[in-house]
Design a protein around this ligand. Structure first.
Ligand SMILES: Cc1cc2nc3c(=O)[nH]c(=O)nc-3n(C[C@H](O)[C@H](O)[C@H](O)COP(=O)(O)OP(=O)(O)OC[C@H]3O[C@@H](n4cnc5c(N)ncnc54)[C@H](O)[C@@H]3O)c2cc1C
Length: 315
C-alpha cells in the first residue's frame, strides 16, 4: 500500500507526532513523507534519516488552504492510497477537508492500525474512551486518517531516504482564510509527548508538598512532570500536565507513577511507555498490573529515598 505522511513543521523542526507515523507507513508498504513550505530544508533532512523518501513541496505563503491544495497534489503525484496525519489542531482541520477533496471518508483520532487480509482496520476510542471501535474504509477508496500522538513508536534511524524538492504554484483563489497571528499557549511549553522520562503524581501524593517531590524527581532525571486528573483538580499542577484519556497520550522510555491507582482512563494515556515504575501504598493497586517495577510504599517515604540515592549517584 502506498501511504503519504504529512509532516508538520514549526521553526524548521518536524513535529514528533508526525515522525511517529513514518514507521507505520513503511510497515504498510511504500511510504512517502511530504513537507510543505519554503523553509523545510533541515526538517526534510531529519525526516529522511528514518529511511523514508521525502517530497518537499516548495510554496510561498503557507496557510491551511495552501497546505490543503499541496496535499491534494502530493496524493495524486505519489498515487497514495492512504494519507496519514497527526491529530494536531492542523491535522484535525485538514483531514476532513482533504477527504472531501479526494471524495473519500476520514477516520479521526486513530490509536492503532492493523491489516486484515487486504483491508486495513483502524482502531479509535469512542464514548469518551470507554470502548475502542474498529473502522474500515469502503473498498477501492483513498483513505485519510488522523492519528493520536503517542500511538506509534518512532522509527529507528536508517539509511537516509531520497529528498525531492518540487516547486508548486497554488492559485491565489485557493486561499480562503489566512492565519494572521499565533499566540504561544503555556500548555505548549509542557512537552509531555516528546519526553523520554515522565514522573507523574496522583491523588495518593496527598498534598502539594509531596507532589513537590514528584517535581523534584522529574527535574533530577531531566524529565517532565505528569499528573492524573485528581492531582490537577487538587490544584497541585496545571491541566497541561494531565495524562490519560482526556489529557495527553505519552510514550516515554521511563514512566514513574506515584500514588496513581491505575484507572483505565489514566493507563490508556501511558500504556505505551517503555518501562513503568509504580509507587503505591496498596499492594493490590491496578497500576501494578502494568508496571515493570512495583514499589509498595508511601510516596512521602519512597520519593525522598529515590531522590537521595539518585543525587548520591550523580555526585
Ligand atoms: C470521561 C473521563 C475521562 C477521564 N480522563 C482522565 C484522564 O485523562 N486522566 C486521568 O488521570 N484520569 C482521568 N479520569 C479519572 C479516572 O477515572 C480516575 O478517577 C483517575 O485516574 C484516578 O486518579 P488517581 O489514580 O490519582 O486517584 P485514585 O484513583 O484516588 O488513586 C489514588 C491511589 O493512590 C494510592 N495512595 C494513597 N495514598 C498513598 C500514599 N501516601 N503513597 C502512595 N500511594 C498512595 C491509593 O492506594 C490509590 O491507588 C477520567 C474519568 C472520566 C469519567
Amino acid at each position: 500500500m502506498k501511504t503519504l505522511v504529512y509532516i508538520e513543521t514549526k521553526n524548521n523542526k518536524p513535529f514528533n507526532g508526525c515522525l511517529e507515523l513514518i514507521h507505520e507507513a513503511m510497515d504498510l508498504g511504500e511510504g512517502t513523507a511530504v513537507l510543505i513550505g519554503n523553509d523545510c530544508e533541515d526538517s526534510a533532512k531529519e525526516v529522511s534519516r528514518y529511511g523514508i523518501p521525502v517530497l518537499v513541496l516548495d510554496t510561498e505563503a503557507v496557510c491551511q488552504d495552501t497546505v490543503l491544495a499541496a496535499l491534494v497534489s502530493a496524493a495524486a503525484d505519489t498515487q497514495s492510497e492512504l494519507i496519514l496525519m497527526s491529530a494536531t489542531q492542523t491535522g484535525k482541520d485538514l483531514a476532513p477537508r482533504l477527504a472531501a477533496r479526494l471524495d473519500t471518508g476520514c477516520i479521526t483520532d486513530v490509536v492503532g492500525i492493523r491489516k486484515d487480509g487486504e483491508s486495513l482496520i483502524f482502531t479509535r476510542p469512542a464514548y469518551g474512551g470507554a470502548v475502542l471501535e474498529d473502522m474500515q474504509f469502503a473498498e477501492g477508496k483513498k483513505a485519510v486518517a488522523t492519528v493520536r500522538g503517542g500511538s506509534f513508536t518512532k522509527a529507528e534511524a536508517a539509511q537516509a531516504g531520497d529528498i525531492t524538492v518540487k516547486s508548486i504554484e497554488i492559485p491565489a483563489d485557493a486561499v480562503k482564510a489566512k492565519l494572521i497571528d499565533t499566540a504561544v499557549e503555556i500548555t505548549e511549553l509542557v512537552n509531555l509527548e516528546g519526553a523520554e522520562v515522565i514522573v507523574a503524581g496522583g491523588r495518593g501524593c496527598g498534598d502539594a508538598q509531596t507532589f513537590g517531590l514528584v517535581e523534584e524527581l522529574a527535574k533530577l532525571l531531566g524529565g517532565v512532570v505528569g499528573a492524573s486528573r485528581p492531582a490537577i483538580e487538587e490544584g497541585w499542577v496545571s491541566r497541561a500536565h494531565q495524562i490519560g484519556q482526556s489529557g495527553k497520550i505519552v510514550s516515554p522510555k521511563l514512566y514513574i507513577a506515584c500514588g496513581i491507582s491505575g484507572a483505565m482512563q489514566h493507563v490508556s494515556g501511558m500504556i505505551g511507555s517503555d518501562y513503568i515504575v509504580a509507587i503505591n501504598k496498596d499492594e493490590d493497586a491496578p497500576i501494578f498490573d502494568t508496571a515493570d517495577i512495583s514499589i509498595v510504599g508511601r510516596c512521602e517515604e519512597i520519593l525522598p529515598l529515590m531522590i537521595e540515592e539518585i543525587r548520591a549517584r550523580k555526585a
